[in-house]
Design a protein around this ligand. Structure first.
Ligand SMILES: Cc1cc2nc3c(=O)[nH]c(=O)nc-3n(C[C@H](O)[C@H](O)[C@H](O)COP(=O)(O)OP(=O)(O)OC[C@H]3O[C@@H](n4cnc5c(N)ncnc54)[C@H](O)[C@@H]3O)c2cc1C
Length: 416
């Protein structure tokens, strides 16, 4: 492609975009991130935390990011599911322990602010990653030989491949002609962090309620993050409460599970929606993160999926580079789509089904849900099967997500 300015452009600098840029850069590809410049304020304003699964942690280790994250993170040694629907068919409590499947933990929970700060710091010193600061990418034009981007300030960028890490309203996805389906769940997540007197013992608790799950996720010391899913009007009321009143409502829900609760941080709300795409890549554009999939925050899957996208894409691109193939060409994009489609589809469907099973009052649905929890509580092999399914993606994990593997190094020349 004439006037090629970089091999790959990553559009968007959320956690998936930064990770994709680092993974591609670690594989020897010249990457330019087209996104607003680093700004501490919005990063620190993100009150969410992310439960990272073991593969995501290995990825961050291999990219040199984890050392800066570790002290902010708490290990997740267990997951407790509690049926709090108050219906006729109350199911037993289920406790998944990492030890049962031969692990010390299921992963770790880290504040998004700490994770994003660590990713930005690593990007700023990464060898093959540059930053094209812009308020926004305003146009993406894929052609036979390459893809051209227009930045809001008037500059143009050309590359062999554009990585759409520009979130759920991705303009790059639209430009590539990838069909998208979007739906709403009619639920809002109330998010904050809080302290408590009883130790969480590194166990995440999901209270399964009629309006959606209420989840507490361990943070270091006697603190946890909260994702409390409610009907939007109730969530609005909760988020407007004085801190002391909010804590009283929370204490009522938790019923002493974590002792007395105190010192809640600022509260944020997120309307829950879903999004799925027809293909993960097309016309020199590869989708990663929420441009490709949006799922409710149940079972800690969203960003973990995005990290698997990033690592798989880096592997496909490194392979094409080594073979002297076009890194944005049809064969590379088809390999990426094959690598990611089953994982993305299965997580989107299973999380949506679990969420809907909580909302559905139809007795047979509740009976089936209760029966499943009975089986999980009492039949250890089934419990272990589900734990492994929750931790492991179908198929092989990308090299960058395997312990101590380190970045891939391409052998051949780049051929856009
Ligand atoms: C309440 C809640 C709890 C969650 N908990 C978990 C959890 O425990 N574990 C987990 O794995 N996941 C979790 N998730 C999901 C996770 O937060 C998301 O998957 C993740 O934030 C998505 O990151 P992203 O980089 O794909 O998208 P985003 O964070 O949306 O980033 C997109 C970026 O692109 C930029 N952008 C957009 N358009 C343009 C443009 N035209 N030009 C340039 N830049 C552009 C935006 O400014 C933004 O910075 C949770 C989500 C919610 C709502």
């Amino acid at each position: 492609m004439n006037g090629l300015t970089t091999q790959v452009v990553v559009i968007g600098a959320g956690p998936t975009g930064l990770t994709a840029a680092l993974a591609l850069g670690a594989s020897g590809v010249e990457v330019t991130i087209a996104a607003p410049p680093y700004d501490r304020a919005p990063i620190e304003a993100d009150r969410r935390t992310t439960a990272l699964l073991p593969g995501s942690i290995e990825l961050l280790k291999n990219l040199g990011v984890w050392a800066a994250c570790e002290r902010h993170a708490a290990p997740l040694e267990g997951v407790r599911l509690v049926d709090d629907r108050g219906g006729l068919l109350r199911a037993p409590e289920v406790l998944f322990k990492a030890q049962e499947v031969g692990r010390t933990s299921f992963g770790a929970n880290i504040p998004n602010a700490a994770l994003n700060a660590a990713l930005h710091a690593q990007v700023s010193s990464a060898q093959h990653v540059r930053w094209a600061a812009t308020s926004a990418v305003v146009a993406v034009e894929p052609t036979e030989g390459g893809v051209a981007l227009s930045l809001a300030e008037g500059q143009r960028l050309k590359s062999a491949l554009a990585v759409a890490a520009d979130g759920r309203a991705s303009i790059a996805r639209g430009a590539a002609g990838i069909a998208v389906r979007v739906w709403s769940y009619g639920q809002t997540a109330v998010v904050t962090t809080f302290q408590h007197t009883r130790a969480h013992a590194n166990i995440t608790t999901e209270l399964h309620r009629r309006a959606g799950p209420l989840t507490t996720v361990p943070l270091p010391d006697h603190a946890s993050s909260l994702v409390w899913v409610e009907e939007p009007s109730i969530a609005d009321r909760l988020s407007a409460l004085e801190p002391a009143l909010f804590l009283a409502e929370l204490a009522g829900r938790l019923q002493g599970l974590l002792g007395s609760v105190r010192a809640a941080g600022p509260i944020a709300t997120y309307r829950l929606s879903g999004l799925s795409v027809a293909r993960m890549a097309q016309n020199r554009v590869a989708l990663v993160g929420e441009s490709a999939h949006v799922i409710p925050p149940i079972g800690a899957q969203g960003l973990n999926l995005g990290f698997r996208d990033a690592a798989a894409l880096a592997e496909c691109v490194a392979h094409s580079l080594a073979e002297g193939e076009d890194i944005g060409g049809g064969a590379t994009l088809a390999a990426y789509d094959r690598a990611r489609a089953a994982d993305v589809m299965s997580r989107t469907l299973s999380v949506a089904a679990l969420n809907r099973s909580l909302l559905d009052d139809f007795l047979p649905v509740q009976a089936l849900r209760g029966l499943s929890l009975h089986v999980l509580a009492n039949v250890a092999p089934v419990r272990r099967l589900l734990m492994r399914g929750g931790l492991e993606a179908p198929g092989r994990l990308p090299h960058l997500m395997q312990p101590g593997h380190g970045p891939l190094r391409p052998r051949g020349p780049q051929s856009p």
